[in-house]
Design a protein around this ligand. Structure first.
Ligand code: ADP
Ligand code: ADP
Ligand code: ZN
Length: 215
């Protein structure tokens, strides 16, 4: 299965993609996680991405597309993947379709998580992320078992520097202007499924699994 998880920042893409990847045996490919790892390691890619991320802007397409297509070559992605955070605009979506079609492949489904702006802001304001494995937590909705520590790997939790009020607003604007048009693109391909992302983590997971198993 080849899936894309769409939705505004804070919709729960990272949370749900990790759960689905584990449940369905898919590679989890998260563009934001890949960029943050590169920034942390201080690689060339990290240096190119950092200032765009800090400002809540998209990293340029050439850099982003190259990174994702490279990631898609890895052995774990051959039998299926779930992408979260990519594509974020039309050019990226077309590049992904083209790369897959060159191998005789295509996306199976694109799921968009719908959440109100008010709730997104509440989620992002309380988000804590593992520095080591990037698992997302929320201090109220989804707290770790031990304060400040990742359930999955024991890593230290931190608040992302772009989860500030001003940058959150900017990222929501970018989503509406650049990413939201992808809904029509995938609707036109007959692949779009819109899911209410407002219920709790477990309820959304169950809904997603039932939709994906039905196909
Ligand atoms: P995205 O990858 O779309 O930006 P995340 O998965 O990082 O979203 O989730 C954003 C924040 O909202 C995190 O703090 C996460 O713990 C929390 N969260 C995720 N899903 C839900 C949910 N269904 N209900 C409440 N909070 C959630
Ligand atoms: P969120 O969880 O809030 O949706 P991500 O972790 O997916 O955010 O992305 C964080 C930042 O990384 C984005 O604001 C952007 O600067 C950069 N980024 C991630 N994915 C892409 C992409 N597909 N194209 C361009 N920039 C991206
Ligand atoms: Zn962790």
């Amino acid at each position: 299965m080849r899936l894309v998880l769409l939705g505004p920042p804070g919709a729960g893409k990272g949370t749900q993609a990790a759960a689905l990847a584990a449940e369905l045996g898919l590679a989890h490919i998260a563009s934001g996680d890949l960029f943050r790892e590169a920034v942390e390691r201080g690689t060339e890619l990290g240096l190119q991405a950092k200032s765009h991320m800090e400002q809540g802007k998209l990293v340029p397409n050439d850099i982003t597309i190259r990174m994702i297509l490279e990631r898609l070559q890895a052995a774990d992605a051959r039998d299926g993947f779930i992408m979260d955070g990519f594509p974020r605009n039309l050019e990226q979506a077309q590049a992904l379709d083209e790369a897959l079609s060159q191998k005789g492949l295509a996306l199976d489904k694109v799921v968009c998580l719908q959440v109100s702006t008010e709730e997104l802001v509440r989620r992002l304001g309380g988000r804590w992320v593992c520095r080591r494995c990037q698992a997302p937590y929320h201090m109220v909705n989804n707290p770790p078992r031990v304060a400040g520590k990742c359930d999955r790997c024991g890593g230290e939790l931190y608040q992302r520097p772009d989860d500030t009020e001003e940058t959150i607003r900017k990222r929501l604007d970018v989503y509406l202007a650049e990413t939201a048009p992808l809904l029509n693109y995938y609707r036109g391909q007959g692949k779009l499924v819109e899911v209410n992302g407002t219920p709790g983590v477990e309820a959304v997971s169950r809904e997603l699994l039932s939709i994906l198993k039905r196909r």
